[in-house]
Structures are given as structure tokens and as C-alpha cells.
Design a protein around this ligand. Structure first.
Ligand code: ADP
Length: 257
């Protein structure tokens, strides 16, 4: 019926409630997150954008339990991770969260296959070979498994890093400027794979990027400014995101003079 379209929302992957993060105290305190409320759905690819210093990394680090919150709650897998101790957070990260970095962070002495399996090797766990094969095929790495990182292109190295982030089947993957060190062809390739891993493998990805083209691969883009969410855009396109970012920059410049 017209006007009666119900969109069943996916279950929540992670949610921040009234999240505040201050660095330092008193007059010199930096308010990196000023009461952020945001819910990320399972099986979705979300881009986080915004000017440098707006709080993107702080949000990612607090959601991943790498940095503590000043106040507020972070609900992940039914528990409030702001209440967890370091041991609990380490276990949570090891088993449920994958990371993809701008600089790939592969171990140079190990083959692509060994790098992909490293999180399981470190945890003393056996890989699910079917999942390994599926990842390697999806990422087009089948013929590269015995190569060391320096024998691979930047794009291939980042695909190895993606496979490594997904090998333990984390419920959540954080990507920090994953295409920051790649040329535009490799970037497009890596972003397509991230998109596919969401669509075909059901992964949940939260990606920090300042590239509007990168954000256009996501299902949703959130824009940060000065510790707050100032826009939340479904199905973002690059032009629209560039306009939003430019408007935000102008607003910030006007506010500063
Ligand atoms: P973005 O990722 O959007 O560039 P950040 O989250 O890194 O922004 O930073 C948000 C604000 O918090 C900035 O003003 C930054 O200088 C400050 N900040 C980040 N990390 C620290 C820290 N460890 N100590 C003090 N201030 C910090």
C-alpha cells in the first residue's frame, strides 16, 4: 500500500548513547565527543566523514574499546563496553572486532596466507578453511597466497589486510582511512571489496574517510563537526558529500572569525 512501506531495520551492531569524550580537564579540556547518539546496523557499511579534528578517530577508538569514554554508554553485543575492564576489552577485540588500517600493517616476513591467518595463529585457533577459501576468492588473492607483502601491490596488500580483518568472522570491522595510501584504481578495487563483503558475507563495516568518493561506496555516511554528528545521509553520493563537507567547512570558518 502506498505510504505504508515498512523497512525492517537490521539488528544493532553497536550503539553509542550520550557518548562524551574529553581529553584533559578544566579550561584546557578538549571536547572530542560532545554527546553522540548513533546506532549502527548489522550488515551495513557506514562511512564517517568530517574535517580533521572533528572527532572521527575518537569515536572509532572509543567504540572499539581502545580509548575510554568520559561518560555515556556503548552497547555492543548486548553489553555496555564502557563498564568492561582491560582483559574483557582485549578478549572482545580479539574475537569480535576486525581492524583495517591506512598503512596495511602486514608483517613483512610472513606470506600473505600467514598474514591472513595471523589473528587465529596468535589466539591458538584453527581456521575455518571454507571461510578462508571464500575470503581469498572474494578478494582475488588465490594466486598471491605465497607472496610476501613487498611482492604485492598496495591494493593487494590492503586486500590481504581485509582478509586478515575478516578471518575470525568479527561481528564488526573498523576501517581507518583504508584507501589513504592507495592510488585511485586500487582504492576503487578495495572499496568494491569492502562493499561486497558487506553484501555477500554479511559483514558490518564502519569506515573513517575524508574522501567523498570512498564514502559513496557506503550504505550510509555520517558527518562529524566539532564532536557532534551534523549530518546522517543514507545512500551517499560523492557530489552530495563534497557539498556537505564544503558547507561544513564554510560554517566552521565563519564561526571562527
Ligand atoms: P579526527 O579523527 O576527526 O581528525 P580526532 O578524534 O582525532 O579527530 O580529534 C578530536 C579532537 O580531540 C581534536 O581536537 C584533537 O586534537 C583532540 N585529541 C585527539 N586525541 C587526543 C589526545 N590523545 N589528547 C588530547 N587531545 C586529543
Amino acid at each position: 500500500m502506498e505510504g505504508m512501506v515498512t523497512t525492517a531495520a537490521n539488528p544493532t551492531a553497536i550503539e553509542a548513547i550520550d557518548l562524551i569524550k574529553d581529553y584533559g580537564q578544566g579550561d584546557t579540556a578538549v571536547h572530542a565527543l560532545r554527546g553522540v547518539n548513533v546506532r549502527f546496523e548489522q550488515g551495513k557499511f557506514t562511512a564517517i566523514m568530517g574535517p580533521s579534528g572533528s572527532g572521527k578517530s575518537t569515536l572509532m577508538h572509543t567504540l572499539a574499546g581502545l580509548d575510554s569514554a568520559t561518560s555515556g554508554r556503548i552497547i555492543f553485543d548486548g553489553a555496555d563496553i564502557t563498564k568492561m575492564n582491560d582483559n574483557q576489552l582485549t578478549l572482545l577485540r580479539r574475537h569480535k572486532i576486525g581492524f583495517i588500517f591506512q598503512s596495511f600493517n602486514l608483517l613483512p616476513m610472513f606470506s600473505a596466507e600467514q598474514n591472513i591467518l595471523m589473528p587465529l595463529t596468535l589466539a591458538g585457533e584453527k581456521p575455518d578453511r571454507r571461510w578462508f577459501r571464500q575470503l581469498v576468492e572474494t578478494l582475488g588473492l588465490k594466486d598471491r597466497l605465497n607472496h610476501r607483502p613487498n611482492e604485492l601491490s598496495g591494493g593487494q596488500q590492503q586486500r590481504v589486510a581485509i582478509a586478515r580483518a575478516l578471518i575470525a568472522k568479527p561481528s564488526l570491522v573498523f576501517a581507518d582511512e583504508p584507501t589513504g595510501n592507495l592510488d585511485s584504481v586500487s582504492s576503487a578495487e578495495v572499496l568494491s571489496f569492502l562493499k561486497r563483503s558487506v553484501k555477500e558475507l554479511g559483514q558490518t563495516i564502519i569506515m573513517v574517510t575524508h574522501d567523498a568518493v570512498a564514502a559513496s561506496y557506503a550504505d550510509r555516511a555520517i558527518v562529524f563537526a566539532d564532536g557532534r554528528i551534523v549530518a546522517d545521509v543514507p545512500h551517499p553520493n560523492a557530489e552530495q558529500m563534497n557539498e556537505l563537507l564544503m558547507a561544513e567547512r564554510e560554517r566552521a570558518t565563519r564561526a571562527a572569525i
